[in-house]
Design a protein around this ligand. Sequence first.
Ligand code: NAD
Ligand code: MG
Length: 411
Amino acid sequence: MLQIDLGHVVKHVSLLGSTGTIGVNTLDVISRHPDSFQLFAVTAHSNVERLAEQCGRFNPRYAVLCDEQKIEACQQVFRRRNISTELLFGSEGLQRIASDPRVDIVMAAIVGAAGLKPTLAAARAGKRVLLANKEALVMSGKLLMDAVREHDAELLPIDSEHNAIFQSLPVNFSQGLLQAGVKRIILTASGGPFRNMKQPDLESVTPAQAVKHPNWVMGKKISVDSATMMNKGLEMIEACWLFDATPDQVEILIHPESIVHSMVRYRDGSVIAQLSNPDMRIPIAYGLGYPARMDTGVADLDLAAIGKLNFAALNDDQFPCVNLAYQAMATGGTATAILNGANEVAVDSFLKEALPFRSIPAVIEFALREIAAVPVRELDDVLRADQAARAAAADWIKTHTRASIPLGVST
Ligand code: NAD
Ligand code: MG
């Protein structure tokens, strides 16, 4: 296979969330370019078997396990299989491998709020940060963007839409979108599995139906976010931070086939888009190799075979979560951390069949109403808002469903 020219310097990669969907896709890309990338560390919440298997295959220097209940079992599995990778544990372990001086690239692919601290640590250590963990930007966009600037880090978007926008923007976009001739960012959305369902039919939707995305294979949390379309709300916020856009510079367009991954509308009437088969290895490889392009193993896009691409306006009455995200972004400060924390609890409860699908937006709306947003000065402001939102969301769920709800996200 043709190897890319990265100046023959092997880049060392810490892969946060290696046992998840993005993690596994990242390992697939790395395994195709062994002369360019070396795995420095892998991390898991609780999937000991997969973590051990990845260590056996890639022999990274470190592995981090976060679930305290699994520490002993993990040590046993590593000993039994003669794995020489050093085991670290918990949040401290994550932050250590995200900021280690030997690391060049950190892939931030932990799901949810748990990914925030190690992603910040990577930015503060001046790394190339490949951002899949959109929740980190939604919770703490200001702190993360400040850290990137102050520590000369590089933040490259892995979310397929933002990666497409990044590829479609002019090189000078950081001087300001208007200055660069950009009118709008057009964020495409598949509409998820319930795009054609009417509100009353959503009442009886099950977790198994919600996680069955028509075009992508993804983790459970983001799959439910796609079904409520909160994912597009989170992505609108993500786009505002990444590209210094205002919410009204971000348009959402329904595109059920997920072939056009997003577009940029210019002042002269041009629209530039990035198209590909829906496969996360493309944005992952783009981030790893940037600015070089690498082989990914993804089949060529055959537009003649596809024949037709469809687009439609978003009906936001059908998906109230999108409006809640715009509302939180307009409020500013910790409002988006409140939105995110309440959403994580609501999605977790839905997945545990303790909350009906249609009540997810009601939980988030309640948290946004109950908790006053404050300006973000430091990480504690964000973490306090996150905890308050989780408590408010759990209260709502308990009152309305009599269920007892844990405040964390367990993956
Ligand atoms: P996933 O559920 O498949 O994997 C999540 C990973 O995070 C796993 O490795 C898990 O062990 C780890 N994790 C979960 N909770 C943790 C905790 N408390 N502490 C430490 N580690 C923990 O999710 P995914 O689909 O790979 O998504 C990962 C992130 O990438 C999410 O933020 C998602 O929004 C984003 N993203 C995913 C896709 C996709 O196609 N899957 C696309 C765009 C963005
Ligand atoms: Mg996306």
